[in-house]
Design a protein around this ligand. Structure first.
Ligand code: GRG
Length: 301
């Protein structure tokens, strides 16, 4: 069976690499660390989702605006991984089968590479918006930009990560299921929601359609995180590219701790089914997008 996540990897990487920062005499210290972390690999599912969401709404050729948002989304995701791996957070040495950015370049550069990537993501989009878009394109891009910045921020990924880190650092292991849900909805699902919504907006979706896409993506994001928890128990370091059993070692509660493995597997299936059903409410079909949602629940890394 074909696997669009793997089949699209080279194409998506060429888009992500096209906009990477260029080095010169003194900036190469930081651009080397930024580029290392982006080029260390990864499934690229956020830009893939964005591209497929765009294709759901239009047959028009892909635009440079879309490509810049796809690249920027992966830079924001990579910054979050860079910072999550730092000694102050998870203190991980390996990610995507390679040394983490701080393990390779030192802690200060791990921080700076993340800072550099977050700001650069916004530069890649806003520089193009300011100089190249006419009014109607600018309006769509501004909405998309607002979604990216909000979903990545304290009302999204940073908010979820903050509660997660708070429990972790205070060795509070008696969280309620509702609190874990908040963490998953924000830490993991928020950027996936942004990817679906931005692709839809740039493809010309109505406000109502964008709201449906947000719900679809929320289900996908929740399923993705629960699958991540299951893989932490069932996979191997070779396949995952990072150490396994990290949740248990850190005494960390996950939805799997509440539900047990079987029920968690069932929930992943259910969430994906719900996502596809909601997607059909839009009345347009993108088989590749549906296939990717199925693949994510059956993935092994
Ligand atoms: C530091 C603000 C800040 C946020 C960090 C992304 C994140 C939030 C933490 C990483 C740890 C983790 C398990 C997050 C849940 C989301 C997740 C499964 C991230 C990994 O995404 P993949 O599987 O990674 O898409 P690749 O390497 O394939 O890009």
């Amino acid at each position: 069976m074909n696997n669009p996540i793997k089949d699209k990897n080279a194409e998506i990487n060429s888009i992500i690499y096209r906009y990477l920062p260029k080095s010169d005499k003194y900036t190469e210290l930081i651009t080397d660390a930024m580029n290392y972390s982006v080029q260390a690999g990864g499934k690229r599912i956020r830009p893939i989702f964005m591209q497929e969401a765009y294709k759901l709404f239009t047959d028009q050729e892909e635009t440079e605006t879309l490509h810049r948002f796809m690249a920027a989304m992966e830079y924001v995701h990579t910054y979050s991984l860079c910072h999550d791996d730092l000694p102050a957070m998870d203190n991980d040495q390996y990610r995507r089968g390679n040394l983490t950015t701080h393990a390779k370049f030192g802690e200060a550069f791990g921080i700076l590479a993340g800072d550099g990537l977050l700001n650069y993501a916004f530069e890649v989009i806003s520089e193009y918006m300011a100089n190249n878009l006419d009014y109607s394109e600018l309006k769509k891009a501004t909405k998309a930009f607002n979604i990216l910045t909000t979903k990545a921020g304290y009302k999204g990924m940073v908010g979820g990560q903050t509660l997660d880190v708070y429990f972790d650092k205070n060795k509070m292991f008696d969280q309620k299921q509702e609190q874990i849900n908040f963490i998953y909805n924000n830490k993991t699902a928020a950027l996936i929601e942004a990817s679906f919504m931005i692709g839809a907006i740039l493809g010309g979706a109505s406000e109502e359609e964008v709201q449906i896409m947000e719900k679809v993506a929320n289900n996908v994001g929740m399923a993705f995180q629960i699958k991540d928890d299951l893989l932490d128990i069932t996979s191997t370091q070779e396949v995952l590219g990072k150490p396994i059993n990290s949740d248990e070692k850190n005494g960390k509660k996950t939805l799997v701790s509440f539900l047990g493995m079987e029920e968690a597997e069932r929930l992943v299936e259910q969430l994906s089914k719900d996502a596809i059903e909601q997607l059909h409410l839009i009345g347009k079909r993108n088989e590749t997008l549906e296939q990717i949602i199925h693949l994510l629940i059956n993935r092994d890394n």
